[in-house]
Design a protein around this ligand. Structure first.
Ligand code: ADP
Ligand code: ZN
Length: 299
């Protein structure tokens, strides 16, 4: 029997299940669309059961990084559930318990973005850092924070995609896409907001389209806010929208402009190209982060 770890990246659009020991040893991986909680969780359980049996695996522990909001406080009565999501059918869905029942192994549970941050800390571009942030800018915007070496939870967990930004309505009068806040960070910058504002899918907009300068401006406002509040040593930007890698130089420049020389750190000011960066693990940050969380439980 081979010892292995399980990981689940539970997204609002798709679930990724993986059996691995690290980036160099990904044994099995399966993705399927997120449908109802019952069906999606059962598919995930079946994936692990099948490989445990057929491939003679000893699943030591499981890590789950999920969309939210979630309850991740172990002493709470609702630990392990998704809470107030507007995603149909998923409000108050119990994610952890069905896996506990099926496998009787230790389970780590965190937000998808904290999981991705953990993955980048263990195997990606944030190795050796104690304080850093991971953002996804995709269907929504979410941020995970590693602070003093640990994922930040706090009251519930950070919702860094929902901070308020300053909108110059003379240039951009778009009312915003967030169902809760209109023009918050997510409401202004997520993929669906870009598409809605410009009437064209984000990936179809040419590099010289005015959408990108505006996008970089809002992201830079958010970055300067988080640099001032959390003092990260690095910020990682992932997600579908950040496939537009020409955004990186724009965001870096505008972030420094917004900070206006106030935050004095050579590792940011003189090395901004290594300070605001794409994920080292690419689109595997979340699933590998889930594996790292699982490993942390037993090693
Ligand atoms: P999810 O957020 O569901 O995990 P993604 O991170 O891939 O998935 O985000 C999907 C969003 O990102 C969509 O709104 C899509 O329009 C946008 N997107 C995906 N690929 C690109 C691209 N190459 N350029 C710009 N936007 C993109
Ligand atoms: Zn919002």
């Amino acid at each position: 029997m081979k010892n292995v770890f399980g990981g689940i990246e539970a997204g609002g659009t798709k679930f990724v299940c993986v059996i691995a020991n690290g980036p160099e040893e990904i044994l099995f991986e399966e993705r399927f669309p997120t449908t109802t909680p019952t069906e999606t969780i059962q598919k995930s359980i079946s994936f692990f059961e099948k490989h445990i049996k057929e491939d003679h695996l000893n699943l030591l522990s499981l890590g789950i990084g999920t969309f939210g909001p979630i309850d991740l406080h172990p002493t709470s009565g609702t630990y392990g559930i998704i809470t107030s999501t507007p995603k149909p059918g998923w409000a108050y869905a119990d994610i952890v318990k069905p896996f506990q029942k099926a496998f009787h192994i230790p389970i780590a549970f965190d937000t998808d973005v904290n999981a991705a941050a953990i993955g980048e800390g263990v195997w990606g571009v944030a190795q050796g850092l104690e304080n850093f942030l991971y953002f996804t800018i995709g269907t929504g915007v979410g941020g995970g924070a590693i602070i003093n070496g640990k994922p930040l939870h706090g009251l519930v967990h950070p919702e860094m995609g929902h901070i308020r930004l300053s909108q110059n309505t003379l240039i951009d009068a778009y009312p915003g896409k967030c169902p809760f806040h209109g023009t918050c960070f997510e409401g202004l910058t997520a993929g669906p907001a870009i598409e809605d504002r410009w009437g064209k899918a984000a990936f179809l907009l040419s590099q010289d389209h005015p959408a990108w300068d505006l996008e970089a401006d809002y992201i830079a406002q958010a970055m300067s806010n988080f640099i001032c509040t959390l003092s990260p040593q690095k910020i990682i930007l992932g997600g579908g929208v950040m496939q537009q890698i020409h955004l990186f130089p724009l965001i870096r420049k505008k972030t420094l402009t917004y900070l206006n020389g106030y935050v004095q750190s050579a590792s940011m000011l003189e090395n901004i190209d290594n300070f605001i960066v794409p994920p080292g693990l690419g689109n595997q940050a979340g699933m590998l982060g889930a594996i790292a969380m699982a490993k942390n439980l037993v090693e």
